[in-house]
Design a protein around this ligand. Structure first.
Ligand SMILES: N[C@@H](CCC(=O)N[C@@H](CS)C(=O)NCC(=O)O)C(=O)O
Length: 254
């Protein structure tokens, strides 16, 4: 994928999407998959994972990715705002239902996966642990740990949250299957399916032919123990694979 710098991106027209360059960050990959499903074009802009990203801070008021900036609208840095922007730009391919009950389910499940204190958040605490438990942790890990709430106690508690969220998602899929649906909510694909497909890779990434991620990242994303690995139940893994097969272009391009 070709990225413009932030300086170039500020001057570019249309939709700009700031992404962590060279790696398949789950938040960024989910945003890309959602925009692609909706046929929304964007210009990729470079963010350095864990870096200073000073120009990005000046432009968007924060340093993480993804960020979507549409024309002169304010930058959106949060998965929910990004999803809502995508819905507004392409209402004809909805990923959030209009029906209020179904909408609560899709947005609630998506928050459990992608939101603060969600699946990606807690798995990230575990991924940072080997570096932050070193006598002299690297600067990049210290910066990410500070930013995303790492502590020894938060890391120790992460597995319980991962297990609870996994059980909730697995149970939903089981009930959905009994009702004749392969989707997490309702009878059509939704944002919740897209988030799960992209975040499941934090336990078991797709193989190198579909996801040519750097070796260091693959090693840190693969589950470190049985308890974490078991959070990707066979049903949740099959669902991930089905969503990639039917809705997301492979191999991933980052
Ligand atoms: N604020 C985003 C989450 C974004 C996020 O957590 N991004 C991480 C992905 S690991 C990131 O950019 N990390 C690298 C960094 O902060 O430099 C949302 O709620 O959607």
């Amino acid at each position: 994928m070709n990225y413009l710098s932030v300086e170039e991106g500020i001057k570019a027209p249309g939709l700009r999407l700031v992404l962590t360059a060279g790696v398949p960050g789950p938040w960024g990959e989910a945003a890309k998959a959602i925009l692609a499903f909706k046929n929304i074009e964007y210009t990729p802009i470079f963010q350095q994972g864990g870096g200073d990203n000073d120009a990005l801070q000046t432009w968007t008021g924060q340093t993480s990715a993804p960020v979507a900036v549409y024309e002169d609208f304010p930058p959106v840095c949060h998965w929910f705002d990004l999803l809502m922007l995508a819905e507004r730009l392409s209402p004809e391919n909805p990923l959030v239902p209009n029906d209020c009950s179904a909408r609560i389910d899709v947005l609630g499940v998506s928050a459990l996966i992608a939101g603060a204190d969600g699946f990606g958040w807690h798995r990230r605490l575990q991924i940072l642990a080997p570096m932050l438990l070193l006598d002299e942790p690297p600067d990049i890990a210290l910066r990410l740990g500070m930013k995303y709430g790492w502590s020894k106690s938060a890391n120790a508690a992460a597995i319980q949250r991962l297990q609870a969220i996994s059980a909730e998602l697995d149970g939903r899929l089981l009930r959905q299957e009994a009702a004749g649906s392969h989707f997490i909510v309702g009878s059509t694909v939704s944002a919740a399916d897209f988030y799960w497909a992209n975040f499941a890779g934090m336990i078991k990434p797709l193989g190198p032919e579909d996801n040519p991620m750097p070796d260091y990242m693959r090693a840190s994303y693969e589950a470190p123990n049985d308890a974490t690995r078991d959070c990707l139940t066979p049903r949740l893994e099959a669902h991930r694979d089905r969503i990639y097969q039917d809705y997301i272009t492979l191999p991933l391009d980052f």
